[in-house]
Write a protein that binds this ligand. Structure first.
Ligand code: PMP
Length: 399
């Protein structure tokens, strides 16, 4: 049989990271590769209790039947309240679509706006799976330069003028992969300049609630006067990724189009999951769970920073994130993290090579480390192994 695949599959050869992730089932490997929440931050008891109640009461039918594509009104009302914590006020049910995780929001936005060859601007580097989704819509992906304050506004404007993009995609708070947060000023300018040139923004915010240090910043969406920003957030990192519940907030016309797009994908986000999240929010559990999780993440992040300081060669420079799940770093030396990733596995430790997050394939000397899913002892041991490996490589370069 010859399989005549669609053109869109041509660029989609799967995550470069998949081979590494496959190996991670070996328990002796210390993994800094994934982006999983800590197991003890998944509120098993509360979710079990809520699910039991939902399925015992007269509401069981509601949970087990088909539902509307927009999502339950009761959940959307809770979500309108929830996004106020990101500075997003005055939203209505028409602005609010329940999605099956933030990832679906990226896909729906692409489905609604992208034709083959259309341009999407992204921060260089950005979330790997977003790049894969844009590829699947055969978009032209163009990276915008960034510094510690956020996107370089001159570069953003230059690229808007040059490429006439359909939208800008960004992870503005505790970015995956860099852990960086855009300044308030940068957010205002992004909202202004994209509105001026009639460019949409897809603001992806799975991490802002995981802040261990510093002051919270309002979303780009909170500065949206033109209706050009679609804001995504998800309960994957603050409640459970297994429930697959998130929300898209945007202009009603755009949300309507995304709803039509969603109909053909999954009809509706799992009713049971939606009702669990609605009840979880209603009972005020979400902020309690976040409060409980933050010290665990803070401790693990600090353990990773301490270990990096102790074991890594001086050529390694990292970004100390104030929240999120990742530490991003690069080498001031021609260290190729793509080539060395399998070598690290031989030392029973895994990281993600930073190159996969660059739209233009650069970033060979960069590396993303996840700190949320390993204990403090394993973080120390794993970074020790990595440090030894990189020191050996740097010594070879100096010979
Ligand atoms: N966006 C970013 C930036 C992410 O890091 C992730 C998860 N790794 C997602 C979206 C997707 O998350 P989910 O679909 O589980 O909400």
């Amino acid at each position: 049989m010859t399989y005549n695949y669609s053109e869109r599959m041509a660029k989609m050869n799967g995550a470069a990271t998949r081979e590494i992730l496959k190996l991670l089932t070996r328990p002796e490997i210390i993994s800094f590769a994934g982006g999983f929440p800590a197991t003890q931050c998944l509120p098993q008891k509360e979710v079990q209790q809520i699910a039991f109640e939902l399925l015992s009461e007269g509401r069981a039918t509601e949970a087990l039947q088909y539902g509307t594509t927009e999502g339950f009104k009761s959940l959307r009302e809770q979500l309108i309240e929830y996004v106020k914590t990101a500075g997003i006020e005055n939203q209505t049910l028409e602005n609010t679509l329940v999605i099956s995780g933030g990832q679906q929001g990226i896909d729906l936005m692409s489905k609604v706006f992208l034709d083959k060859g259309d341009c999407v601007l992204v921060e260089n580097p950005t979330y790997l799976t977003a790049l894969q989704i844009f590829d699947s819509y055969q978009a032209k992906i163009v990276g915008v330069d960034a510094d510690h304050n956020g996107l370089i506004i001159d570069d953003l404007e230059k690229k808007i003028k040059k490429y006439n993009p359909k939208f800008l995609y960004c992870v503005s708070t505790f970015s995956n992969p860099t852990g960086k947060t855009y300044s308030v000023e940068n957010r205002k300018k992004i909202a202004e300049i994209t509105a001026k040139y009639n460019v949409m923004v897809l603001e992806d915010d799975p991490y802002s609630k995981l802040r261990f240090e510093g002051t919270p910043v309002p979303s780009i969406k909170s500065f949206d006067k033109a209706g050009n920003v679609v804001y995504l957030t998800s309960f994957s990192k603050v409640l459970s990724p297994g429930l697959r519940v998130g929300v898209a907030i945007g202009n009603p016309e755009v949300i309507r189009k995304m709803t039509i797009g969603k109909q053909g994908v999954d009809v509706t986000t799992s009713n049971l999951s939606q009702l669990i999240v609605a009840e979880y929010l209603k009972r005020g559990y979400i902020f309690k769970n976040i409060e409980k999780s933050l010290p665990i993440y803070r401790e693990r992040k600090n353990a990773m920073i301490a270990a990096l300081n102790k074991y890594m060669p001086e050529e390694y420079k990292y970004v100390n994130a104030e929240g999120g799940l990742f530490i991003w770093g690069e080498f001031d030396a021609p260290i190729n993290t793509v080539e060395l990733a399998p070598e690290a596995i031989k030392h029973d430790v895994a990281y993600i090579q930073g190159q996969v997050f660059y739209a233009d394939g650069s970033g060979l000397n960069t590396m993303r480390l996840n700190f949320s899913n390993a204990t403090v002892d394993r973080i120390d041991a794993g970074i020790h192994r990595l440090g030894d490996m990189f020191k050996t490589e740097i010594a070879k370069l100096k010979k």
